[in-house]
Design a protein around this ligand. Sequence first.
Ligand SMILES: CC(=O)N[C@H]1[C@@H](OP(=O)(O)OP(=O)(O)OC[C@H]2O[C@@H](n3ccc(=O)[nH]c3=O)[C@H](O)[C@@H]2O)O[C@H](CO)[C@@H](O)[C@@H]1O
Ligand SMILES: C=C(OP(=O)(O)O)C(=O)O
Length: 430
Amino acid sequence: MEQYVIKGGSPLVGEVEVGGAKNAALAILTAAVMTDEPVMIDNIPDVSDINVLLEAISVIGATVERIDRHTVRINGATIGSVSVDYEFIKKIRASYYLLGALLGKYKKAEVPLPGGCNIGSRPIDQHLKGFRALGANVSIRHGAIVASAENLRGAHIFLDMVSVGATINIMMAAAMARGNTIIENAAREPHVVDVANFLNSMGANIKGAGTDIIRIRGVESLHSSSYSIVPDMIEAGTYMFAAAATRGDVLIKNVIPKHLEAMTAKLEEIGCDVEEFDDAVRVSAKRRLGKTHVKTLPYPGFPTDMQPQIGVTLTLASGTSIVTESIFENRFKYADELTRMGANIKVEGNTAIIDGTDRLTGARISAPDLRAGAALVIAGLAAEGITVVDDIIYIQRGYEDFEQKLQGLGAEIEKVSSEKEIQKFKFRVG
Ligand SMILES: CC(=O)N[C@H]1[C@@H](OP(=O)(O)OP(=O)(O)OC[C@H]2O[C@@H](n3ccc(=O)[nH]c3=O)[C@H](O)[C@@H]2O)O[C@H](CO)[C@@H](O)[C@@H]1O
Ligand SMILES: C=C(OP(=O)(O)O)C(=O)O
């Protein structure tokens, strides 16, 4: 088991480069198997979720060739099975995209119920409702979703709630259905748009992605394509809040500033300066941060995947802030860990009430999930003294070279894999 050891208390200063979006890449790599021609995908982040998904795709028979660290060529022509093994699925959420992709292409799929971060109950009823509307028979047998259809037919589907996963899954299943599909109350996240753009680059006919009504005209088949994944707005946002919490000055490069507006607005509200360039943002915090209230919402609202990072930052702001989590019920697991570092944070239902303090102190803490883990690293960077973060395996699901990128900003952070190493590190920096 690996840990991070952090000596905190210094501002982050410098430049950091953001990679491709994990949540776009997971869907796009899955959609790539929908053609029998080779597809080249670039700007893929080298994180464990992606590697698990690529393995799952190759185990069902697709040809997966790593061209370099961030580029793969996939060929779905060699797929021999539409039944996905539980081994891969239990580790990641996005395995559910194999349902939409395989059902869309072969009109049948068998995929175990997905895993992913334990941030709430995470039902997939809207995905299944969409597949059924397209004419599939869907049942759950022995822990797996089994979907099949003679033919898929376009349908008018109204999602009961805004769901990124359901929107993307239905888009994939409908891409080669007969006739027209309309998804209403669709998710508008940049990764939904990226998946639609990718499917269109393979010959699909999808319009309206990025609005709440997506129209899909089914096509006969999809073809070869070459595509580059959109920059990761959550990775970018994490560095933006790391800059703010440590009262640093960081230029975050390779971003689409428009995708970051909800984060930019909150940072400005709490007293940071945010400068936007064509493909970069610079965040600097010259004075003590102020309080704010924030509620997570589907895009373009403040993202739930950034809630722990803003929560940590607000523990160091002056005044009382209120953070409301409206998407997932179990995303405050970082609060107890933060309390051990001296934060005043009280969670009541889906709300955290944070009384800002002027300092956190290092402690031994544990990453409860991906984003909460990243947020606790930010807490360690801002805190006085040494913080040890256990269970960083969660953080590795979604952040490429996290410690190296932070080191590039002047952070004293090391990845270690034994208690002995922790002691050595403490001695070295102490
Ligand atoms: C791999 C991936 O891209 N994960 C992201 C995706 O997760 P995921 O696709 O699982 O999240 P959804 O957007 O589907 O979930 C939004 C809300 O709808 C509910 N819901 C969803 C589907 C459904 O069939 N029934 C239902 O009740 C969920 O419990 C949640 O309360 O979007 C979330 C919201 O931006 C992000 O936090 C995750 O990082
Ligand atoms: C919650 C996340 O991932 P997943 O949906 O894959 O668990 C995330 O990316 O923050």
